[in-house]
Design a protein around this ligand. Structure first.
Ligand SMILES: NC(=O)c1ccc[n+]([C@@H]2O[C@H](COP(=O)([O-])OP(=O)(O)OC[C@H]3O[C@@H](n4cnc5c(N)ncnc54)[C@H](O)[C@@H]3O)[C@@H](O)[C@H]2O)c1
Length: 458
């Protein structure tokens, strides 16, 4: 490389770094836009690359979800994982070995503060630690000058979640919350294009969503990776069981309604264009003996939309997997079923009296209707199929040929690089946290919980 080449390379990097420093709060500096990240065309895991668009990132938390996000990051060109912080040797070893296979030689840390002091060249951090630590980790990263992608649930406490919104504002750093459906092109097509723009469901008055799982034991761990009690104490965990199963403990998480429900309850406000006015809920620790949070919850929300009142029912069950997980939106002209697993939901259904949808098929917005059940053979009852038969299904034609979290990460990296708006900025994550965390209060009080509009503002 000649001196000139070197100078040019340095200039490019400096320009990009200046841009990154000033690109906070999205939407700025479009003149300096480097190429937008789209993910590798063949969608394979990337070997380490080096380019002037490279983003240097660190992970805090490399457990189950951290690994899912690491794998998605490896599919995105120009993302260089430089450091991983995790207190558990098992997660540290797993992440460093896995990343080494793809040429990312990472520095491993136990303490996030040490990582932030020593790593001088980071642009962003991805936080996949347990919910109760998100504020501490995200706030420290933003104060250290990093943009942050933080997993849902934003926090297990609204006070802590609020501090994250404030830190993002004060530091001017980006804070994306990991409600990944908000970047999924199938969801964007279904909600923004079909339900909101094209209004195919007519007046949407109901929503229903569920996440049902079969019963399961508490998570264990390989015995040779048992942490000593002194170390658990140091990091605030009462036992290895609590450390591994933090979701079920009040100090660390919010139970299944927060863990699973937050993904889907987040969609209600997206579809209705408003936050809930009330929620009533019932739940309990009905099945398990050794958990602190409710193992099943049913909640009913009321929304005031531009079109009037809408109600949304939500249930999370951890002792039956009946029906799995999906979301349904129902209007007077039709309904739409969608799920992160397309086999569980990826279609609209039209009411017989509704305006025709064939033109939507011509525009490529829906696929042709699959035939409804026309005839029902039964031995001893008469069914009037005109009244009772299911409508035909109009499949949603958009596919996501990537892991579910990849588009949300891409949106975050593009916001960092070129200032595109975040799909789930801190303010939206906070609104969802309010709607979700208050369900546990409603269960406990056995009263209808009334939200005040100002509660949704951090
Ligand atoms: N978006 C999604 O679809 C999705 C799915 C699963 C989990 N999540 C979220 O991801 C986060 C992590 O969940 P998980 O399932 O990976 O949990 P996990 O228990 O499997 O992993 C958590 C990791 O954080 C580490 N950790 C704990 N305390 C730490 C500390 N003080 N400093 C650094 N590391 C620490 C643990 O050692 C572990 O490796 C949670 O917020 C969860 O809600 C999101």
């Amino acid at each position: 490389m000649t001196n000139n080449d070197q100078d040019n390379k340095l200039k490019k990097v400096l320009t990009r770094r200046n841009f990154l420093k000033s690109s906070a709060a999205a939407g700025l500096g479009m003149a300096l836009v480097p190429p937008v990240i789209k993910g590798s065309p063949d969608n394979v895991l990337q070997k380490e690359t080096s380019s002037s668009n490279q983003l240097n990132i660190a992970f805090i938390g490399a457990g189950a979800q951290g690994r899912v996000l690491i794998e998605s990051c490896l599919r995105i060109p120009d993302i260089r994982i430089k450091a991983v912080c995790d207190i558990w040797e098992y997660s540290q070893r797993y992440a460093s070995r896995y990343l080494k296979k793809y040429g990312h030689i990472v520095n491993i840390y136990e303490d996030y503060r040490e990582m932030l002091t020593k790593e001088k060249d980071l642009d962003a951090a991805i936080i996949a630690s347990p919910d109760w630590l998100h504020d501490k980790h995200a706030n420290a990263c933003m104060r250290a000058g990093l943009h942050v992608y933080c997993e849902k649930e934003m926090s297990n406490s609204l006070t802590k979640a609020r501090s994250m919104v404030h830190t993002a504002k004060q530091t001017g750093k980006l804070l994306q919350i990991g409600h990944q459906r908000r970047s999924n092109p199938r969801y964007i097509h279904a909600i923004d294009r079909l339900i909101r723009d094209k209004h195919i469901l007519g007046k949407v008055t109901k929503a229903y969503a569920q996440w049902n799982r079969a019963k399961s034991d508490m998570l264990g761990w390989p015995k040779k990776y048992t942490m000593e009690q002194a170390k658990l104490d140091k990091y605030g965990y009462s036992s290895m069981t609590a450390f591994r199963n933090w979701r079920w403990f009040k100090k660390y998480g919010g139970g299944p309604i927060v863990d699973l429900g937050s993904h889907q309850i987040d969609l209600y406000s997206w579809v209705f264009g408003s936050n809930p006015q009330t929620v009533m809920a019932s739940g309990g620790i009905d099945y398990y003996k050794n958990r602190q949070w409710y193992d099943n919850v049913m909640a009913i929300y009321e929304y005031q939309t531009n079109e009037g009142t809408a109600r949304a029912l939500y249930q999370v069950q951890t002792t039956t997997k009946h029906g799995g997980f999906y979301e349904t939106f129902m209007g007077d002209n039709g309904s739409l079923v969608i799920s992160e697993v397309p086999e569980k939901g990826n279609w609209a259904m039209r009411e017989a009296h509704a305006p025709e949808w064939d033109s939507l098929v011509k525009e490529g917005l829906l696929n042709t209707e699959t035939q409804p059940i026309q005839k029902v053979d039964t031995k001893n009852i008469f069914l009037d199929v005109r009244v009772t038969a299911e409508a035909g299904r109009w499949p949603i034609p958009v596919e996501l040929a990537k892991p579910a979290h990849q588009p949300h990460l891409e949106n975050f990296f593009n916001a960092v690089i070129s200032g595109v708006p975040l799909n789930c900025p801190a303010e939206i994550g906070y609104e969802t946290a309010v709607a979700v965390l208050k369900v546990n209060e409603a269960v406990q009080s056995r009263r209808i919980y009334k939200f005040r509009p100002e509660q949704f503002k951090a």
